[in-house]
Design a protein around this ligand. Structure first.
Ligand SMILES: C[S@@+](CC[C@H](N)C(=O)[O-])C[C@H]1O[C@@H](n2cnc3c(N)ncnc32)[C@H](O)[C@@H]1O
Length: 309
């Protein structure tokens, strides 16, 4: 129940070129699978700073790594990456930053967290469950059009309007407060089934992204990665769906070119120069990894190197 199998473990170590004495920032600690892999490689002098916005992840991490002096664990959203690096006295000093996006297995498998349509629980979905608005509150209060927009834009769900309409209809009768209740309403609204996919998959993904402001978070964190990385430091982003991957792709492409405003000019000022170099192509898990850990199946990893200013 409490375990999370890290995806692309050896590929991450290779992409970040994790080495003795290095300094690494694990922006999505989860249950510490990648952090543990880094700690195995960094020798006595290396350091890992790991963050997660989920207080339960940090609590479990403090227990697992209670005697680990090379690790600093911080509860924070990764949009505050710059502040975290500053507090660790490592702004511009990290040799690698890892984002392993989405939710962890303990978050998905613990019914009370409300992420799952398989395990019935309160419709919550907040990664930091001490602050913000739950999915149930959003569903209860938002106008139907807003619900449709979220489900369409963040779930890429073609039946978003129908689903939102059903939700708006159902909430007049009862409060929608359980994940199973919502899954049932969505299943009844979706006329066709995608093979191997629960009809509520896209709606749940959309609500999770909205509740946790995941794209706003990722945008801010990617920007901050440019200032926390040392020259030649590596950025590694693992995403699990196309919208998230598109953000990472666009970010790397944008910063791998100089600012087009200066195109053709003999002098390009430092702030307008390319800041990243893309490393290799998108990495996917092997068939063996997917067989051993089906949750890895949609993982996509992109890697870039921070260029010296
Ligand atoms: C896929 S899991 C990471 C698993 C981890 N690599 C491991 O091996 O155990 C994603 C984690 O990132 C955290 N997370 C997601 N978005 C976040 C954000 N904006 N800020 C901080 N943590 C976030 C989640 O709470 C979750 O614990």
């Amino acid at each position: 129940m409490e375990q999370h199998t890290p995806v692309l473990r050896s590929e991450v170590l290779a992409a970040l070129e994790v080495r003795a004495g290095g300094r690494y920032l694990d922006a999505t600690f989860g249950r510490g699978g990648h952090t543990a892999a880094m700690l195995e490689r960094i020798g006595k002098e290396g350091r890992v700073v790991a963050i997660d916005r989920d207080p339960e992840a940090i609590r479990a991490g403090r227990e697992r790594f209670a005697t680990e002096g090379r690790l600093m664990l911080i509860q924070s959203p990764f949009s505050r990456l710059r502040e975290v690096a500053t507090s660790a006295d490592l702004l511009g000093g990290f040799d690698g930053v890892l984002f392993d996006l989405g939710v962890s297995s303990p978050q998905l498998d613990t019914a009370e967290r409300g992420f799952s349509f398989v395990h019935d629980g309160p419709l919550d979905m907040r990664m930091d469950n001490r602050i913000g608005t739950t999915a149930a509150e959003f569903i209860a209060r938002a106008p139907e059009e807003e619900i449709a927009r979220v489900i369409r834009d963040y779930g890429e769900e073609r039946y978003a309007k129908r689903i939102a309409h059903r939700i708006a209809f159902a909430r007049r009768e009862h409060t929608i407060e359980r994940t199973a209740q919502l899954a049932e309403i969505v299943a009844a609204a979706v006329p066709t089934r995608e093979p191997g996919k629960h009809p509520a998959t896209r709606t749940f993904q959309a609500l999770r992204i909205h509740v946790n402001q995941e794209f706003v978070e990722l945008d801010a964190a990617l920007d901050a990665s440019l200032v926390v990385l040392a020259p030649h430091g590596r950025l590694c982003v693992i995403s699990f769906h196309s919208l998230e991957d598109a953000l990472a792709k666009r970010f790397i492409e944008k910063h791998s070119r100089e600012d087009p405003v200066y195109a053709g000019l003999p002098q390009v000022p430092p702030h307008a120069r390319a800041k990243l170099r893309r490393i290799g192509r998108t990495v996917h898990p092997s068939a063996e990894e997917v067989a051993a850990n089906p949750r890895a199946r949609s993982a996509m990893m992109r890697v870039a190197e921070r260029l010296a200013a």
